[in-house]
Design a protein around this ligand. Sequence first.
Ligand SMILES: [Zn+2]
Length: 229
Amino acid sequence: MTLPSWQNEKFGGKIRAALWLETEVGEGNTFTKAELRKAFPESAQIDRRLRDLRDHGWRIDTSRDDPALKQQEQRYVTKGAEVWLPGQAKVAKHKSSLSAAQRAKVWQNDNFLCRTCGIGAGEPYGDNGDVLSQLNIARRKVVLADGTVDHQMVTECRRCGTRGEREIDLGVLLGQVAGLSALEKEVLAGWIEADQRTQGTLEKLWGHYRTLPVESREAVRQATSGEDK
Ligand SMILES: [Zn+2]
């Protein structure tokens, strides 16, 4: 199907910006604000119209989303709804832009930690000079136990956010939890409660066991295998 021309002035700024991305930039390629403004010299709000496309599932990354981009660059990552078709422009599939209050709530729920690597806000990574972490929010695709797909918000640092999309199969995960022994469940519940991996009974026992003289180690070995002394 041939696309309408992005230069057709009967369309609004959002639709023209979408068509411009498709015909002049192309998925996966970068463009600059200067190029965008040059294409639409008469539209003072063209930056905003371009951002509006995100509400229709269009993914356009800035240097905030992708550190590989220079500050003035943006990348047209993936196409969303074909807003130039009748009816399509009104159907916002999901709003990807969160209000400040919504963002704060996600961060608070996540203890202000990147849920992927565990770094806090504004902390040095320690392996790359003085790069400090910056917390963002990712929309995570979650396949629920009944097979339906949900999108849930999670705190993620900028660096982890550039390492590809993650997908969660909650059904598989819950199945694995259900298969744990009572002791394993108790240990896991303790970590979940503390939101960190604390030393549980098993690790403490192992720590003790390793320090024992051989005769005592043997006694513990027999106790675990159920052999009589
Ligand atoms: Zn991270």
